[in-house]
Write a new protein. Structure first.
Length: 460
């Protein structure tokens, strides 16, 4: 087997002596990898001088070493260290370290590497890792993540690096997903007739409604364009017949308009949008991990669902009414959004003391509006079967679509498909058709994570 050939590092740049430490490290790696470290001291010294460059000869001569010292590699290397390495100003180096922040467009990895490089000359000793940890926590650009990290009393440098790297990766992935979703929505919208685009606002328009610069003047301009009344928000009409002419606004208490078009909304708008992760997601084949903890809130035990992706703590309205009867709600200063980026209805917020495993903190808790399903359970039972027969109206000249060749169901899914069809017939979702029909679309069998199947229709 041929011996591995290792190229030596490039000649040392004598005009930048501050790079000596880096160049020396490269030479040390070359010395070990090439086998030079096993040679005599004379050979190692000569190799060092040759690789450094012509100017190294003059510097070497100025050392005034004896013949024995000239053949000792360690002595020669130390002399070059003393020549190039200037005593660092610890105060200046620490000031540079304490000024370092994550720059715009700078990755987390680049920021962490820069902090380690700056800390090399700060002589922090046993506090080295802790001070780098603190600098990462307080000077990353993501302020929400910074606040969460500061609440962890057992935070280590390793844990900080893992969490900030993971957060950066997740954000990049979310941006890619949002871009793909936006592109899909735009592509679908562009193929629709203009009348549909006027009736239903686009995804961008819905997001604009959430932004804090949305105000009454925009409503008035849009009302003129779309023919809406600026006092009640309905189809434009004369003010003398407007249903809101004698109504009192619940927003500003003035008479003559409804709250949904009130200009004072701009004075009470929320200053920030916060996002909540998935609050609860369960399936039949869920793991044994229980992502809930019992936390003592204001000396009362409440079971919380853990969600590391949420920006805030949230309680449902029924829990707040039962447990915190005397607590006063403040108006929310943030818009809470779910994982689908749609705003959630919140009644307000309040501050209270939280205790878990002997650790205490003051937490701001938001109260979500009551779930209508929980309030009126009798209205949400079953599938809601329509009474009587419904006649579907077709456009004139519509051509019936019928698939004459049925698709085969995969054998591994045959049993589940049959069971699902029987269930749907029993619940009156579908009825069997045993004679030829003008309209017939093929089915698509989609396996579900719990082992069952979902029966879909291929209409394309």
């Amino acid at each position: 087997m041929a011996a591995l050939h290792i190229n030596p590092p490039e000649n040392f740049t004598f005009s930048t002596p501050c790079n000596w430490s880096k160049w020396k490290m490269r030479f040390e790696r070359y010395r070990i990898a090439s086998g030079l470290s096993t040679k005599t001291g004379n050979e190692q010294v000569n190799s060092l001088l040759y690789i450094m460059g012509e100017q190294a000869e003059d510097i070497f001569s100025s050392f005034g070493l004896s013949e024995t010292e000239q053949d000792d590699f360690d002595i020669v290397l130390k002399k070059f260290n003393d020549h190039f390495v200037i005593k660092k100003n610890t105060i200046f180096e620490r000031a540079q370290f304490n000024k370092r922040v994550q720059l715009d467009g700078e990755s987390v990895n680049a920021f962490i590497t820069a902090l380690h490089t700056l800390a090399e000359h700060c002589e922090y000793g046993v506090l080295h890792d802790e001070l780098i940890r603190d600098r990462i926590v307080v000077r990353i650009r993501d302020k929400n993540l910074s606040e969460k990290l500061q609440l962890d009393a057992d935070l280590t440098l390793t844990k900080v690096i893992e969490r900030v790297r993971l957060s950066e990766v997740v954000k990049e992935q979310q941006e890619k997903l949002i871009e793909k979703d936006s592109a899909s929505v735009n592509a679908i919208s562009s193929n629709k007739p203009a009348k549909f685009l006027k009736q239903k606002p686009s995804s961008g328009a819905r997001k604009q409604n959430v932004k804090d610069d949305f105000h009454r003047k925009n409503n008035e301009n849009e009302s003129r364009l779309h023919g809406k009344c600026k006092w009640c928000g309905k189809q434009r009409h004369d003010k003398t017949v407007c249903p809101a002419r004698d109504a009192r606004c619940r927003q500003c208490s003035k008479i003559g308009h409804y709250a949904k078009v009130c200009i004072t909304k701009s004075q009470t708008r929320c200053s920030e949008v916060a996002y909540l992760g998935v609050v609860q997601l369960e399936s039949k084949n869920k793991t044994n991990i229980d992502w809930t903890v019992t936390v003592q809130v204001n000396h009362k035990n409440i079971k919380f669902k853990i969600d590391s992706g949420a920006d805030h703590t949230v309680l449902p309205a029924n829990v707040f009414q039962n447990v915190f009867q005397n607590a006063k709600l403040e108006p929310p200063d943030k818009i809470l959004c779910g994982p689908d980026r749609n705003p959630l209805k919140t009644l307000g917020k309040f501050k209270t003391n939280i205790e878990y495993k002997g650790k205490r903190c003051t937490e701001e808790i938001y109260i979500s509006a009551a779930d209508p399903k929980a309030k009126f359970p009798e209205l949400f039972k079953g599938l809601g079967v329509m009474k009587g027969c419904y006649s579907i109206k077709l456009k004139p000249g519509a051509i019936p679509f019928a698939n004459a060749c049925p698709r085969r169901v995969p054998i591994p899914l045959l049993k589940q498909t049959k069971a699902e069809l029987e269930r749907m017939v029993e619940e009156k979702v579908i009825i069997p058709v045993l004679k030829p029909t003008e309209w017939c679309a093929p089915v698509v069998i989609v396996p579900k994570s719990d082992g069952n199947v979902r029966i879909c229709v291929d209409l394309i």
